[in-house]
Design a protein around this ligand. Structure first.
Ligand SMILES: [Zn+2]
Length: 346
């Protein structure tokens, strides 16, 4: 049995650091072990301009602990009216990374999102030419569509067309959750990748609502059947090179999760590395962990690999039920109130 494991310092290719009073909690949580994080732009006022992105980056950087080499990578929020000139401005910023597409209304702060991707052809053309990746929340925004089918509907109705129209555009299907998405990414060639969250590898919809309703496992895309979870696990276990960690860590305050109209999002950042190691251990895939968290994403996006290493130890830790108390907040992390077999050797 493997009791110690050394990996490259990991990257998280999809995280929500939120804003305001949450930044002093979210930024240090991601900076603790992570090298780079792709920071999503769905703030209350979505980040649609280079100026807004630059201001947000400045705020984030104020909360990076001293001595940390943590690098937040920045994104722009795509709308039906996004202009090429604005993207060109954003490309001048340090650490600008890519463009995020939220179909209108699919998740937190997505009301300004895209109604029809055909309106975005000029900017997609520019992105393809400049090598800027399109990061997609891949769910249909039609409220009539069954919540468990929205991912596959989006792939068939929208993504397939974009893929055909822009064959060289780098596209990441974010937080894939279904066997259809797993198959699509597997079959779509070198410019198509996917991020996977810890919760979609760890749990299925029975865990979410089979016995009692677990609001802290509620996220978009919603957890699906066991066969869907298995399809994601298969990609990971075989070491498929175009899938990588994007935690989609997305905190909401406890009262907004434990609520008659609860918010979607799992706050996974605080114990993300320990939990993902535990999941890979349970899958018998510890030998694939390093590539999943530190290599595949960098290779897909053309970023250098880090030389920094981090050591994981088989040593149990208790995950607290609230990680916000120092800041008078109530934030329940993924795995809160349970124990994990792995810890980081600091
Ligand atoms: Zn997200």
């Amino acid at each position: 049995m493997l009791n110690e494991l050394s990996i490259l310092r990991p990257d998280d290719w999809h995280v929500h650091l939120r804003e305001g009073a949450l930044l002093p909690i979210t930024v240090p949580a991601s900076a603790r072990y992570f090298n780079r994080c792709v920071v999503m732009p769905n703030l209350q006022q979505p980040l649609t301009t280079a100026k807004q992105i630059a201001n947000y980056a400045k705020e984030i950087r104020q909360h990076i602990p001293q001595g940390s080499k943590f690098q937040p990578l920045l994104t722009m929020y795509l709308t039906d009216t996004s202009e090429v000139a604005e993207l060109e401005e954003a490309l001048k910023l340090d650490d600008f990374f890519g463009v995020k597409c939220y179909p209108c209304g699919v998740t937190t702060n997505s009301k300004a999102g895209v109604r029809d991707l055909n309106n975005c052809n000029a900017i997609l053309e520019k992105m393809q030419q400049a090598g800027v990746p399109l990061l997609v929340h891949g769910e249909s925004s039609e409220t009539k569509d069954d919540v468990f089918d929205r991912e596959k509907i989006f792939i068939n109705d929208s993504l397939v067309k974009v893929r055909q129209q822009f064959p060289e555009l780098k596209i990441t299907l974010e937080h894939i959750s279904s066997k259809e998405a797993a198959a699509y990414v597997r079959d779509s060639g070198p410019h198509m990748a996917a991020t996977i969250t810890p919760q979609h590898l760890w749990f299925n919809r029975n865990d979410l609502l089979g016995d009692n309703l677990k609001p802290h496992l509620y996220c978009k895309p919603i957890l699906k059947r066991e066969e869907d979870r298995q399809a994601l696990c298969s990609l990971v276990k075989e070491g498929f090179p175009r899938v990588f960690l994007g935690s989609d860590s997305a905190p909401h305050r406890r009262q907004d999760k434990e609520n008659s109209c609860g918010c979607a999002g799992v706050f996974s950042a605080p114990y993300l590395l320990e939990i993902i190691t535990q999941i890979f251990d349970e899958l018998g895939a510890l030998d694939k962990l390093n590539d999943f968290v530190a290599v595949n994403g960098a290779n897909f996006y053309g970023y250098p690999l880090t030389s920094d290493k981090i050591t994981l130890k088989r040593q149990a830790i208790e995950i607290p039920d609230n990680v916000g108390q120092q800041h008078n907040e109530q934030l329940v992390p993924l795995g809160g109130g349970t124990s994990i077999n792995w810890s980081v050797d600091e």
